[in-house]
Design a protein around this ligand. Structure first.
Ligand code: ADP
Length: 495
């Protein structure tokens, strides 16, 4: 269905885009929201760096010189396509630069500030070269924050750029891209912006703050997180800036691609299933138990697929898992990459309980889907969670989430209790081992003793709709209001 309103031109800028480069949920959003906008008839183009790991046969478009401090770097712009549901092409532009992007990894290099300033400048500089003048530039997370700064402090003096509005989406406020002040020389801007009211953050240059201060509209990935980040507890020291732009801050919960994640057709699964034959789901459990040498049993099987970082609250699980294995004979599959302490802890656990625990420390999209489909429960005891996709993907595969009620988890998961016919998972508030333990025990109790209710929960999960349908409409409204603000000349930078 096409929107009646004017077709919008959107440039979507992201450091990660699934299936080209992914470490977490940002890539899922960047790989799916543009396609949904395209289905509604909008002209959306994506831009990202061409990291060394990306192999595509993208076609050459242009060479553009980009000033970065005293040097000029040549960026080669190449174009490829991804396809929306109606098989329409959504162009994706790769920025190639041998010095900065042709490396194995995505992040964590000594020169990340230069690398992502280069991305921001190249994304702007390439527009005349590709003949695309967007109504909106949709910037995502810290890597793209300086686009909002560069536009307002420099590019909008030029006719080509003067009508472009920006929306800046915070996928995770924890990662801010704060660098020592000397990186500002790579921006090649006139003075005036490096002050506490603008891009300076406690003496540092903050990529995130550039997005928060200079964008026309700020969004984040759930309404609840949009409220939380205004507080000291969740604001990561940006709560002051965020409060000063409260009127321009919106929350839209992410969707997932129902094509990419489809238990009825997913080729990664041992057995496909959907709401019409949900009983086939259990074949996935049996197959994965066999494949991973877990005990073949009815024991509750719990899964985790995540970045292994402090955010994810894994110490709560490590604090109660021994007991759960001993008392309830639960099984656990962990798939994740991250901090060494978690790799060690889950490796130890696997050694201690080889029939109950399997752990994998890698990025593996196919194994992730097998886990989502095979498990009975999916665990997310996060300390904070801007949106969280794991719980949404697990619902899509009929796996019941057990989550801490924070951010997007609080917005998407309703706690089941006998008097609540709406529940689609199990959740707890207080960040403590005992609360998480109790909540898993509640879930295990329903699973073991009330199988008919558990089946209802599975069907409710399989019938729920967390597709992009609703969130795409909400983004379009934000885009339209960003354009309106721009047309009215609403000035958002504190002068
Ligand atoms: P975050 O964005 O904080 O990493 P989300 O829950 O929003 O967390 O999104 C995580 C995404 O990354 C999901 O699609 C999840 O399946 C995927 N993912 C995380 N770790 C891995 C891994 N080791 N292998 C495969 N997929 C992973």
């Amino acid at each position: 269905m096409k929107s009646n309103k004017k077709q919008l031109k959107v440039l979507f800028v992201s450091a990660e885009v699934d299936p080209f480069a992914k470490t977490g949920g940002l890539a899922d959003v960047a790989g799916s929201l543009p396609k949904e906008l395209s289905v509604l008839g909008h002209d959306v183009r994506i831009v990202m760096p061409r990291y060394g790991v990306i192999s595509t046969n993208a076609k050459y478009v242009a060479d553009i010189p980009v000033e970065i401090g005293h040097r000029t770097e040549t960026c080669v712009i190449k174009e490829s396509n991804i396809f929306d549901e109606d098989n329409r092409e959504v162009p994706i532009y790769f920025i190639e630069n041998h010095n900065y992007f042709n490396r194995k990894g995505i992040y964590c290099y000594f020169d990340d500030a230069q690398r992502f300033i280069l991305l921001c400048k190249a994304a702007l500089e390439m527009l005349p070269a590709i003949g695309f003048k967007p109504d909106i530039i949709h910037c995502n997370d810290w890597h793209t924050g300086p686009i909002c700064l560069l536009l307002k402090e420099k590019y909008q003096m030029n006719d080509f750029y003067k009508d472009i509005s920006t929306i800046y989406t915070v996928h995770n406020l924890e990662y801010q891209g704060n660098f020592s002040a000397d990186v500002t020389r790579y921006l090649n801007l006139k003075e005036g912006y490096f002050v506490p009211e603008k891009a300076e953050f406690y003496g540092m240059f903050s990529f995130m703050k550039c997005g928060l201060v200079y964008s026309d509209i700020i969004s984040t990935v759930s309404k609840k997180y949009a409220e939380e980040i205004l507080t000291e507890e969740y604001g990561e020291k940006m709560e002051g800036v965020l409060n000063s732009r409260k009127e321009d801050l919106f929350g839209i919960v992410n969707g997932i691609s129902y094509e990419e994640f489809n238990p009825g057709k997913d080729k990664c699964l041992f057995a496909n299933f959907d709401k019409g034959n949900a009983e086939l789901k259990k074949l996935n459990k049996q197959a994965i138990q066999d494949e991973l040498n877990l005990h073949r049993s009815q024991a509750p099987l719990m899964g985790i697929v995540t970045r292994l970082t402090g955010q994810k609250g894994l110490e709560l699980l490590l604090g109660c898992i021994d007991d759960l294995i001993i008392k309830e004979n639960v099984q656990l599959i962990v798939l994740g990459l991250g901090d060494e302490c978690y790799h060690n802890a889950f490796s130890e656990l696997q050694k201690k309980y080889p029939l109950n625990v399997a752990a994998f420390f890698e990025f593996n999209a196919a194994l992730a889907k097998k886990i989502y489909a095979a498990c009975d429960m999916f665990l997310m005891p996060s300390r904070f969670e801007p949106c969280g996709l794991g719980q949404i993907i697990s619902l899509r595969y009929g796996t019941i989430p057990v989550v801490r009620a924070t951010g997007g988890l609080a917005e998407t998961i309703i706690d089941y209790d006998e008097n609540n016919s709406e529940g689609n998972g199990f959740s707890f508030d207080e960040f403590s081992v005992s609360e998480f333990d109790k909540t898993i025990q509640r879930a295990v109790n329903v699973y073991k003793n009330k199988p008919e209710i558990w089946q209802k929960l599975i069907l409710r999960a399989l019938n729920s709709d967390f597709s992009w349908k609703k969130p795409t409409k909400a983004y379009l409204e934000l885009y339209e209001s960003a354009v309106e603000r721009k047309n009215k000349g609403v000035l958002t930078v504190n002068e």
